[in-house]
Each structure stands twice: as structure tokens, then as C-alpha cells.
Design a protein around this ligand. Structure first.
Ligand SMILES: NC(=O)c1ccc[n+]([C@@H]2O[C@H](COP(=O)([O-])OP(=O)(O)OC[C@H]3O[C@@H](n4cnc5c(N)ncnc54)[C@H](OP(=O)(O)O)[C@@H]3O)[C@@H](O)[C@H]2O)c1
Length: 369
């Protein structure tokens, strides 16, 4: 895909929610996209408004003044990185005001909320992209293409562990299931396996563990089992309670591919591909995934193209996350209605921009504290 816009026009972004991911990952990379700039910040913290406002030379609004911000002609698009439970309430007015939206994953905290967001984008005729940064990451796209080409034969099994310590002080600890490890981290293996199998799951079961001294108001560790059409199986375990692990493995009739790390953004991804009894290493450059996805989204806006990780992609994950919640509550396997996804990631949407050093954070911390 062309990454030039043929004009000097840049998409102007407002950042909504000045937390860890906005400050450490999104904001620092925008300058290197060539087609995007940050012009506004919406925050509840006057210190962030002052320091980040000075750092980026941007105007800040409070949440109470969000409608006023939307009515001002100071931005074309929003990067929304509030806690998951606030996504819908900020996404819908953003879209209704005619702003394009790059919305952090998971897109919302119920299928109804997700559908309301998709409907608002459609009604306003603006672009909606879910911030699946790995959909623009060349290593992830290479893994998908290899599996699709049949390098491991017919892919039948997927297995993943994605875990890290999360502090009891983080918002993730205190806002119920939808801030917990399944929506927060499980979205990555779920999204990966759907796109590696190029199909949608047909049933899901789940088991959760809650330690007696846990600071979390939900299961701190969860194992999810998914069935896919064609007798294919997947399982993943996510946790807020262990040392950091970040990998997935897809096994086919004639080989297997292990990606480790497979989901992170602080370094390059790496794979081990085994075919015909021979293993070889795949190593991928460390790219700045956030400026990559931002450049991709701005390019879609500038050229009136539909982004691949759209609202339908967000909903395809959301309906499974909701089914996992029901499976944990009831202990019963949840059958999912048949679904076809109209698009899949492809190598052409990869963007390779260099890593950017994160600046000092203002009143924010990574999930581990
Ligand atoms: N794509 C990725 O790799 C990735 C990685 C991490 C997170 N995320 C997603 O990004 C979103 C934010 O995550 P984060 O790690 O940045 O979280 P975080 O550090 O807790 O930041 C969330 C920010 O939201 C604002 N906020 C407003 N009301 C809040 C409330 N009631 N409780 C807590 N925060 C409130 C605060 O910003 P102000 O002080 O500015 O108001 C806060 O700093 C989540 O949807 C998460 O899933 C994506």
C-alpha cells in the first residue's frame, strides 16, 4: 500500500486518556509517521495537561469539556485509550461529531456496546479502526502469510501463554472482568488464532483460578479452550499473576511455528519454524508498532480506504470475550453462532518505522506498577 498521501496534509489527532499506553507508546511516535500529528489531549489530570501540553505543544481539555473539544476544529481523529469500560461512552460521541476513531482494544465491554460503536461510525461516514497494532507489524503478518501458504501443512492446533504481573493499584485490578486478563491480554491470542486459522470459533469453554491473597476482583489466571470448524482446537492461558511470558505456537500436519515473543511491542518478534524435521529461526526487526498503525490509519483516512482492523474485527473478538465471561460464570461450554469475517490481515499493510525511546511519564505507570 502507498504510504504517501500526495499532499502535505496531516491527520490531526486528539489523544483521549493520558495513561501509560498514550504517553509511553502512542504519543512519542506520531511525529515520525509523516502523515499525522497530535494537536489535542483530553485528560482529567491538570499536571498532564500542563506537562504534556508543553511537551507536544498541544491544547488540553478536561472530560467535562469533551463536547466542546469535539466542536472545536482542532483535530480530525481521536486516539481513544481510556479504560475499556469507558470506550463506548467516548467512542460514540466522537464518531457522531464526525471524527475518525483509532480505538484501543478491546473495543468495548459488551457486544451491544461494540455494535453501537460500529453503527455510529457507519451513520457518520467516518473511519473506525481498532488499535490492533500487530495488524501492521511485519513479523506477525509474515507468520500469518506462512501459515496461509501452507508452510506447516494444514494448521490444526494453537496454544499460547500470555502473562505478566499486574499491580493491584492499576485500573485493570479494579474494574471487573472487562478490565481483567481475558479482555486485556486474551484479546491477543484470540485475535492471532482467528487470523492464523482464517476462521471464527464455534464454541468456547473456560476455567479460572483466583488466589486467596489476590488483589483482583476476578480470576487472575484463566485458561480458554476454543473449537474451530474443521476439528481445529485452540487454547490459551492468560494471567496477571506470574512472571512475564509472551508466546504462541501453531502446529500443522507438516510443521509448526513458535512465536516467542509473539505479542510484545518493546522489541522485535522472533519465531522458530519447523518443517520436514528442520528448525530455523525467524527474526524480525524491532519496529515502532504504534507509529506504524497510526500511519496506516491516517493513510486510510487520506485515501478514503477502509482499514482492515475495523469494527467487524473488534466485534469478532468481543463476542468471544463475552462468551468466555459466560463460560466462567456458568462453568458451561458456550456455543457461538456461525460467523464469517469479510477481511483478513495481509502483508501489504505492514509498516516498519524505527523504535522510539519513551519519554518520562507523568502520573502514569505500566501495568506492573
Ligand atoms: N495496544 C496495546 O498494546 C495496549 C497496551 C496497553 C493498553 N492498551 C489499551 O489502552 C487502554 C488504556 O490502557 P493503559 O494501560 O494506558 O491504562 P492506564 O495507564 O490506567 O491509563 C488510563 C487513563 O485513562 C484515564 N482515565 C479516565 N478515567 C479513568 C478512571 N476512572 N480510571 C482509570 N483511568 C481513567 C486516565 O488518564 P488521564 O489522567 O489523562 O485522565 C488514565 O491515566 C485500555 O483500553 C487498554 O486495553 C492497549
Amino acid at each position: 500500500m502507498s504510504m504517501t498521501n500526495g499532499t502535505d496534509r496531516k491527520i490531526r489527532y486528539a489523544v483521549v486518556g493520558g495513561g501509560w499506553i498514550s504517553q509511553a507508546a502512542f504519543m512519542p511516535g506520531v511525529a515520525q509517521t509523516g502523515n499525522s500529528e497530535i494537536t489535542a489531549l483530553v485528560t482529567g489530570d491538570p499536571e498532564k495537561a500542563r506537562v504534556l501540553g508543553d511537551r507536544y505543544g498541544i491544547r488540553a481539555w478536561s472530560y467535562d469539556a469533551y463536547r466542546e473539544a469535539l466542536a472545536s476544529d482542532t483535530f480530525d481523529a481521536v486516539y481513544l485509550a481510556l479504560p475499556n469500560g469507558m470506550h463506548r461512552d467516548y467512542a460514540v460521541p466522537t464518531l457522531e461529531a464526525g471524527k475518525h476513531l483509532l480505538l484501543e482494544k478491546p473495543m468495548a465491554t459488551s457486544v451491544d456496546e461494540g455494535e453501537a460503536i460500529v453503527a455510529a461510525a457507519r451513520a457518520a461516514g467516518v473511519k473506525l479502526m481498532i488499535a490492533y497494532r500487530l495488524h501492521c507489524e511485519p513479523g506477525t503478518l509474515d507468520a500469518i502469510e506462512r501459515v496461509r501458504r501452507g508452510e506447516i501443512g494444514e494448521p490444526l492446533l494453537f496454544s499460547s501463554v500470555f502473562a505478566q504481573h499486574v499491580s493491584g493499584e492499576n485500573h485493570r485490578a479494579r474494574q471487573g472482568y472487562w478490565a481483567g486478563p481475558v479482555p486485556d491480554m486474551g484479546t491477543y491470542p484470540l485475535n492471532a488464532v482467528r487470523n492464523l486459522f482464517s476462521s471464527e470459533p464455534i464454541s468456547v469453554s473456560a476455567h479460572g483460578a483466583r488466589r486467596p491473597d489476590s488483589p483482583f476482583e476476578f480470576h487472575g489466571t484463566v485458561t480458554v479452550i476454543l473449537r474451530f470448524p474443521g476439528e481445529r482446537m485452540a487454547q490459551f492461558t492468560v494471567s496477571y499473576e506470574t512472571d512475564a511470558v509472551d508466546e504462541y505456537r501453531i502446529v500443522g500436519t507438516e510443521g509448526d511455528l513458535l512465536m516467542s515473543p509473539g505479542f510484545t511491542f518493546g522489541r522485535g518478534l522472533a519465531g522458530k519454524l519447523t518443517t520436514g524435521g528442520k528448525m530455523r529461526d525467524l527474526s524480525y526487526a524491532h519496529v515502532d508498532q504504534f507509529s506504524g498503525e497510526t500511519r496506516y490509519f491516517s493513510d486510510c483516512i487520506l485515501h478514503d480506504r477502509a482499514p482492515e482492523p475495523d469494527g467487524e474485527e473488534g466485534l469478532a473478538d468481543l463476542r468471544v470475550l463475552a462468551a468466555v465471561e459466560r463460560a466462567l460464570e456458568t462453568g458451561e461450554t458456550q456455543v457461538l453462532p456461525a460467523m464469517e469475517r469479510s477481511r483478513r490481515p495481509s502483508a501489504g499493510q505492514g509498516v516498519a518505522l524505527p523504535p522510539v525511546k519513551p519519554p518520562d511519564l507523568v502520573d502514569a505507570a505500566e501495568p506492573g506498577g
